[in-house]
Design a protein around this ligand. Structure first.
Ligand code: AMP
Ligand code: ZN
Length: 116
């Protein structure tokens, strides 16, 4: 995926404010944080979105979920956090390389979806 920005981060072609990296996964701070703690987890493997994940990705997705929780705590989300996976056009996805947003650090996060 030559022009994918998150593949470029995975290939170290562009910098990121990284908090974790292993063979399969990278976590880095979101460039436009919406809360005091806001980082992203991406698989190094390019998957367009969660809608494109299949059974072959089960282990990877499980690792990402467990890691998201561990990193949330080490980043300071002591009393909870929110994981968001914007998926597809309707889900408001802007970068089409699967990623988990991990958000926290407020006393309380706002409700799920603003109505009206
Ligand atoms: P979305 O695809 O809507 O779930 O969100 C994409 C997220 O990626 C946004 O919150 C952006 O601020 C973030 N983002 C885009 N480019 C970068 C980058 N180079 N480094 C860190 N975060 C980024
Ligand atoms: Zn990619």
């Amino acid at each position: 995926m030559d022009n994918c920005i998150f593949c470029k981060i995975a290939r170290k072609e562009i910098p990121a404010n990284k908090i974790y990296e292993d063979e399969h996964i990278i976590a880095f701070h979101d460039i436009h944080p919406v809360a005091p703690i806001h980082f992203l987890l991406i698989p190094k493997l390019h998957i367009d979105s969660l809608a494109d994940a299949d059974d072959s990705h089960r282990d990877l997705l499980g690792r990402m979920m467990v890691l998201a929780s561990k990193l949330a705590k080490t980043q300071g989300c002591n009393e909870g956090f929110r994981i968001i996976v914007n998926t597809g056009r309707i889900g408001g996805q802007e970068v089409f390389h699967l990623h988990f947003h991990v958000i926290g650090g407020h006393q309380h996060l706002p409700g799920m979806i603003h109505q009206g």
